[in-house]
Design a binder for this molecule. Structure first.
Ligand code: NAD
Length: 363
């Protein structure tokens, strides 16, 4: 298979972890006889510094011409403490999602048995959890009208949804549910919000087209609680932009660390694949970041983007092997971990890459 991949490392730990994602993808190409070509582009703070824009036209152009985008993270401390900054790194991310029509964010909550101890939730509650979140990406308070009164003392963000936005992501979520355990939970706040009533009404309509999938509707406040109380009850979870943002970060604790979770944003054109974490300035440049989320993003490119299930499995298997052999980055190490097996970003990346080069997957 011949594919062209655009790598956007971004800011902070983005470049450190993306180096290893790219290396793994290159190796998969070599091992399985695919022709993968690569290009790089700027986004976020790095792009603002170089061009004045968080998403230069050149990056968007390259994105449109590629078959998949491997992204790191954007963000810089100087903007976090300056809410008045007009040009901001995350504007690049919102714009590229909009421009590429990426309306569905898929976040698999994949649990590696070896990391059960790394979570703050009891292992017996976690074991067997396997959730696939579908978070809507183009609507909600993120894109509704934003108002600040003249005296600056009152503010509002419009929570807005159009029926077609709910329909298109609902179809994707139902289709995924058909391939999994045929259960879908739609999360909203229909007891209070009009946009949630539209959401629920639309999902109810779409559900009739998928009679083999069992649908449940849950309020966001209850879902946030149930996710911690009994995560195994969920399979496919479908939700709006804001609720999905919060719920998926909560769910990252099920997997032990943000450094273990990848996501795919898909829609009308090139898919965008990234770790769920941000640019983590607190550890940037210190060889402390966990590169596994970037490497697992590559598994999503292979499976969702290119339909290469076997290759995707090979990537997950080498991550599994590293964990089974006891290797950890600091974020997933627990007190019982042999300190000799605590690795930096580069060492963990090289270990996983080495397994692939030697064709060694989990035992
Ligand atoms: P963050 O995800 O960057 O970090 C949260 C915590 O998790 C930090 O303590 C960090 O050290 C740790 N962490 C994150 N990724 C890790 C990894 N791979 N390995 C080990 N530890 C890891 O979130 P934040 O601190 O809220 O935000 C920092 C910056 O990132 C901000 O500027 C924010 O705007 C940006 N951000 C960007 C994205 C994105 O680009 N998609 C997402 C979230 C936040």
């Amino acid at each position: 298979m011949k594919k062209h991949i655009l790598v956007i490392p971004g800011d902070g730990i983005g470049p450190e972890v993306t180096t290893w994602g790219k290396a793994v993808l290159k190796q998969i190409g070599a091992s399985f006889g695919h022709e993968f070509s690569f290009d790089e582009a700027l986004m976020g703070h790095a792009a603002i510094e170089a061009t004045g824009s968080p998403l230069p036209d050149e990056t968007l152009d390259k994105a449109r011409k590629s078959d998949a985008i491997l992204f790191g993270a954007v963000g810089h401390a100087k903007y976090d403490n300056d809410p008045s900054a007009k040009v901001r790194p995350e504007q690049g991310l919102l714009k590229i999602r909009k421009e590429l029509g990426l309306y569905a964010n898929l976040r698999p909550i994949m649990l590696f048995d070896e990391l059960l101890q790394a979570s703050s939730i009891k292992p017996e509650i976690l074991q067997g959890t396997d959730i696939l979140f579908f978070r809507e990406l183009t609507g909600d308070v993120y894109f509704g009208e934003k108002i600040r009164s003249e005296d600056r003392n009152t503010a509002s963000d419009l929570m807005i949804y159009h029926r077609y936005e709910v329909e298109r992501i609902a179809h994707k979520a139902y289709q995924a549910a058909q391939q999994r355990s045929k259960r879908l939970c739609s999360v909203d706040k229909a007891n209070v919000l009009e946009s949630s009533r539209l959401w629920r009404e639309t999902v109810q309509e779409i559900s009739k087209l998928y009679p083999d999938v069992q649908t449940e509707h849950m309020f966001i406040d209850n879902a946030a609680m149930q996710l911690i109380k009994n995560p195994k009850q969920f399979d496919v979870v479908l939700t709006a932009n804001l609720f999905g943002d919060i719920l998926t970060d909560e769910a990252s604790q099920i997997a032990g660390s943000m450094g273990m979770l990848a996501s795919a944003s898909v829609g009308e054109s090139t898919g965008f694949y990234e770790p769920i974490h941000g640019s983590a300035h607190d550890i940037a440049g210190q060889n402390k970041a966990n590169p596994l989320a970037s490497i697992l993003s590559v598994a999503l490119i292979l499976e969702i983007g290119f339909g290469l299930a076997e290759e995707a499995k090979a990537v997950v298997a080498v991550v599994d092997r590293a964990l089974k052999e006891g290797y950890r980055t600091g974020d997933i190490a627990d007190a019982a971990t042999d300190t000799n097996k605590i690795l930096g970003t580069a060492e963990m990346g090289a270990l996983v890459l080495g397994y692939l080069q030697n064709n060694q997957t989990a035992n």
